[in-house]
Design a protein around this ligand. Structure first.
Ligand SMILES: C[S@@+](CC[C@H](N)C(=O)[O-])C[C@H]1O[C@@H](n2cnc3c(N)ncnc32)[C@H](O)[C@@H]1O
Length: 309
């Protein structure tokens, strides 16, 4: 992740850490064994299970779980190996079991996976949580495969600890172009508006998302992390399922997306990541984020369709 030998195109905005920035960024990280009393808005370096000792029981409002998926993946030199469905289920069970005591009764949990990983998620989640839905989102990236359909979707399982939970669909409406602008008998627009952007409707958020852009090289939020989620994706989950000032926990922080979005949307967070280089990138991103800063694809309180600008 540190900028060593890579040569980048002039318009490439990928965020990286220069070697002279490392001491300052490192100083801001908390080692997982030293986290105390849910110290908030900090990036924790180390294994999430070690850090849990420093997180107060029943303090977390929203848990975002983006663990390694059930496939071979190299995370900066540490390899996650694809395993049987049962073995991946056992891994997930261990992760969720360790985190459960930290959740409030009113907490929400989102669990990410691709199609293979999704086979294991509900079977394990149902042992601990109430499963409410599965969001499927289109991951528009990557080349086609020669002997198979291109993998272009991922899931996010929406779960809660109890039947008492936060959910605000009005904060996550999607603005869509109206193809056939229907008018009522008096000639007034039926359920749509017209403006500088043409005719549009702010639609209710569904469990099928085709408006997510995976971070790519010309976007300032892009990093070299191999499985970075977009700020827009996190913003939807955080806005819908938490209130200002509430605590969001991400035990697999990666490039820091959850931390950055929490800062922009004024939520508290604890983000844990075991890879030192990813922690440095996350810390640099975090230092650049301010409360109220824009999020790509979110304008004036509504989410915009992909490539609508
Ligand atoms: C799927 S990625 C998360 C990507 C992240 N959502 C983002 O937007 O960048 C999973 C991350 O979890 C980290 N990880 C794996 N096991 C971990 C553990 N036991 N404790 C802390 N981090 C871990 C990996 O290093 C990897 O960066």
């Amino acid at each position: 992740m540190k900028e060593k030998q890579k040569t980048r195109a002039p318009r490439n905005r990928t965020l990286f850490v220069d070697s002279d920035e490392i001491p300052r960024l490192k100083k801001a990280l908390i080692p997982s064994s030293r986290l105390k009393c849910s110290q908030r808005n900090r990036i924790v370096l180390g294994d999430f299970e070690t850090a849990l000792e420093g997180i107060t029981d029943r303090s977390v409002d929203l848990l975002f779980l983006d663990p390694p998926y059930n496939l071979d993946k190299n995370f900066g030199g540490w390899n996650f190996k694809e395993r049987s469905i049962d073995d991946y289920g056992n891994y997930l069970d261990q992760v969720i079991s360790a985190l459960m005591p930290k959740l409030k009764r009113s907490a929400t949990v989102y669990i990410c996976g691709d199609w293979k990983t999704s086979v294991s998620i509900p079977a394990i989640a149902v042992k601990h949580l109430r499963i409410r839905n599965r969001i499927t989102w289109e991951r528009e990236k990557g080349r086609g495969a020669r002997s198979n359909w291109k993998n272009c979707s991922e899931d996010i399982w929406f779960c809660t600890v109890s039947d008492r939970y936060t959910f605000h669909p009005d904060r996550v409406r999607l603005r869509r172009k109206v193809i056939a602008p229907y008018r009522d008998g008096a000639g007034a627009p039926k359920d749509w508006k017209s403006g500088a952007e043409g005719s549009f409707r702010d639609t209710a958020p569904s469990n099928l998302w085709n408006d997510i852009t995976i971070p790519f090289w010309s976007m300032p939020e892009n990093t070299d992390h191999p499985t970075q989620k977009s700020e827009k994706l996190l913003a939807k989950l955080i806005l819908a399922s938490s209130e200002t000032g509430q605590l969001v926990l991400d035990p697999f922080l990666g490039s820091g997306t959850t931390a950055v979005v929490c800062r922009k949307l004024k939520r508290d967070f604890i983000g844990i990541e075991r890879h030192p280089d990813y922690c440095l990138v996350a810390q640099k991103r975090l230092l650049q984020a301010r409360p109220g800063d824009p999020i790509q694809g979110l304008e004036g309180g509504v989410f915009k369709e992909r490539n609508s600008r």
